[in-house]
Design a binder for this molecule. Structure first.
Ligand code: NDP
Ligand code: HSE
Length: 439
C-alpha cells in the first residue's frame, strides 16, 4: 500500500518550532501539492506544554517526553528545534539509529559535533536536513550542496548573524553605543537574554564552519576559525570608518588557498558603496564565488520564526519526497561523498594578509606621526592614508592610519611596538578591510 501521509514529530515548540507548525498549517495545500501527500504534525515535545504559544495543535499531540516523539510509529521525520548540545545530540542520534530522517536548525550542535552526526546519518543511510542552520530563511545550504555543485569555491563571505548586524546598523545610523543598542535589540526580541554567541561572533563562526565544511569537503574544528565579535567596537571607529568611505560589518570570510583554507569572523570595514554595506537590520547576505559561476549573492531574513521555519519546512519537503520514492542519502549531508572528504588545514590568522584600519589615541605634539610611521615602515607596512582629529595641545587625540595590504603577523608586531611608544595612551584598535579593488 502506498504512503498516504508524512508524519512529523517536532521536538522544541519555541520560536522556530511554532513557526514550523504555522507554516505546515497555513501552507498545507501547496505543500501537499508539492510533496504528493499531506504532511501532518503527529507529535510535539516541549518542556512546557501548558503555555499558549499562539499556534493551535490537535488535542493529545503535545508531550514533555521528547524520546516518545521519536519512537512514535506515526512519526516519519523527526524535527529537532530545542537548540544546544545536549540532549539535542542524543535525540538526533537516537532518531538516526531508529532509521528516522532528521531535520534540525541547530548550527551550534552541527558546528561542534557535526562529524559524529554526519557519520551516523551516512552509516544508517538516513536523510539529515539542516537548511535553517545557516542564514535563517536563506537557502544557502541547498544552493551550495546542489545548485553550485559544479564549482570549486574561491571564496565565501557575508553577514551571517542578524543580531549583530542589527546592532551595527543602529550604531552606524544612530551613532549609539554598543551597550545601548544591545538593549534595543533585546527589547525588540532579536537578541537572546544571553546574547554571547551573537555578539562575540561565535554564532557566525558556527555558520562559517558549516559552510566551509560543505564547500571544501573537509571536517572543520570551529576552534580553528578565528573569531572576534563586536562587543569592543567603539562608535568612534564606526564614524571614522564612515569618513574613509567604509561601513563596519561583522563578516564571516572563507578563502580557498589551494589546499589550505582561510576562515575568520571579525568586524570588517567594507566599502560603503558595496552591496554588503547596504544589508541592514536582522538581514543576512552571503556572497559565494564559484570558479565557474562567479558571483552569487543570497540575501534575506537570517532569523525569525517564519523565515527560519520556511527553511526547516523546505528540508521536510525534501525528505518527504525522498521517502515517497523509497530513497535516502541521495545528497550526502557533507555535500561530498563521505569517503571523498579530505582534511584541509585552516590557516591561522597570523598567516593572512589584509588591508588594515588602525586607530590610536596619541599625544598631540611634534614627532608622534613620525614615530608611528617609523614602526610601521620598519615592519614593512605601507600607509595609504592618515587622519587626525582635534587639536588639543598636551591632550590625547585619535589618529587613524589606513594601510595597504600587509601581513597580519607584521601588523601585530607593529602594534606591539606602537602600544609601547611614549606618545600612545591606550592599546591601538585594529580592524581589517575587505572588498577594496586590488586589495
Ligand atoms: P527557543 O528557545 O525559542 O525554543 C526551543 C524550545 O525547545 C523551548 O520552548 C524549550 O523549552 C524547548 N526545549 C528545550 N529543551 C527541551 C527538551 N529537552 N525537550 C523538549 N523541549 C525542549 O529556540 P528557537 O526556536 O529560537 O531555536 C531553535 C533552534 O533553531 C536552535 O538550534 C537555534 O539555534 C535555531 N535557529 C533559530 C533561529 C531563530 O531565529 N530563532 C534562526 C536559525 C536557527 P523552554 O523554553 O521551556 O526551555
Ligand atoms: N541568533 C541568530 C542571529 C539566529 O541573530 O542571526 C539565526 O541563526
Amino acid at each position: 500500500m502506498g504512503v498516504s501521509r508524512i508524519g512529523i514529530g517536532l521536538i522544541g515548540f519555541g520560536t522556530v518550532g511554532t513557526g514550523v507548525a504555522a507554516v505546515l498549517q497555513r501552507n498545507a495545500d501547496v505543500i501537499e501539492r508539492r510533496v504528493g501527500v499531506p504532511v501532518a504534525i503527529m507529535r510535539v515535545a516541549d518542556l512546557d506544554i501548558e503555555k499558549d504559544r499562539g499556534v493551535p495543535l490537535p488535542y493529545g499531540v503535545l508531550t514533555t517526553d521528547a524520546a516518545s516523539v521519536i519512537r512514535d510509529p506515526s512519526v516519519d521525520i523527526v524535527v529537532e528545534l530545542i537548540g544546544g548540545y545536549e540532549p539535542a545530540k542524543q535525540l538526533i542520534l537516537s532518531a538516526i539509529q531508529q532509521g528516522k530522517p532528521v531535520v534540525t536548525a541547530n548550527k551550534a550542535l552541527l558546528a561542534v559535533h557535526g562529524e559524529d552526526i554526519f557519520a551516523a546519518a551516512v552509516r544508517a543511510n538516513v536523510d539529515l536536513g539542516f537548511e535553517a542552520s545557516v542564514g535563517g530563511g536563506i537557502p544557502i545550504i541547498r544552493t551550495m550542496m546542489e545548485g553550485l555543485a559544479a564549482n570549486h569555491f574561491t571564496s565565501i563571505f557575508g553577514i551571517m548573524n542578524g543580531t549583530s548586524n542589527y546592532i551595527l546598523t543602529k550604531m552606524t545610523e544612530e551613532e549609539k553605543s554598543f551597550s545601548d543598542t544591545l538593549k534595543d535589540a533585546q527589547q525588540a526580541g532579536y537578541a537572546e537574554a544571553d546574547p554571547t554567541f551573537d555578539i562575540e561572533g561565535i554564532d557566525a563562526a558556527h555558520k562559517l564552519a558549516i559552510l566551509v565544511s560543505l564547500a571544501y569537503g573537509t571536517p572543520v574544528n570551529v576552534k580553528d576559525v578565528y573569531t572576534e565579535g563586536i562587543r569592543q567596537l567603539a562608535p568612534l571607529d564606526i564614524q571614522f570608518a564612515k569618513e574613509f568611505g567604509f561601513t563596519v560589518k561583522l563578516l564571516g570570510i572563507a578563502k580557498d588557498h589551494g589546499g589550505e583554507i582561510e576562515a575568520r569572523v571579525h568586524p570588517t570595514l567594507v566599502p560603503s558603496s558595496s552591496p554588503l554595506a547596504k544589508v541592514g537590520g536582522v538581514y543576512n547576505a552571503i556572497h559565494v564565488v564559484g570558479d565557474m559561476v562567479e558571483d552569487i549573492v543570497l540575501y534575506g531574513k537570517g532569523a525569525g520564526s517564519l523565515p527560519t521555519a520556511s527553511a526547516v519546512v523546505s528540508d521536510i519537503i525534501d525528505v518527504a519526497r525522498n521517502r515517497l520514492k523509497g530513497i535516502a542519502g541521495r545528497v550526502p549531508p557533507t555535500a561530498f561523498q563521505w569517503t571523498s572528504r579530505r582534511p584541509l588545514r585552516i590557516r591561522p590568522i597570523e598567516e593572512i594578509t589584509s588591508m588594515y584600519y588602525l586607530r590610536m589615541m596619541v599625544r598631540d605634539q611634534p614627532g608622534v606621526l613620525s614615530a608611528i610611521a617609523g614602526v610601521l615602515g620598519a615592519n614593512g607596512i605601507s600607509i595609504s592614508s592618515v587622519l587626525q582629529k582635534g587639536r588639543e595641545e598636551g591632550q590625547t587625540v585619535p589618529l587613524v592610519i589606513m594601510t595597504h595590504r600587509s601581513s597580519e603577523r607584521a601588523i601585530q608586531e607593529a602594534i606591539r611596538h606602537i602600544n609601547a611608544l611614549w606618545c600612545v595612551s591606550e592599546p591601538a584598535v585594529l580592524l581589517r578591510i575587505e572588498g577594496v579593488e586590488g586589495s
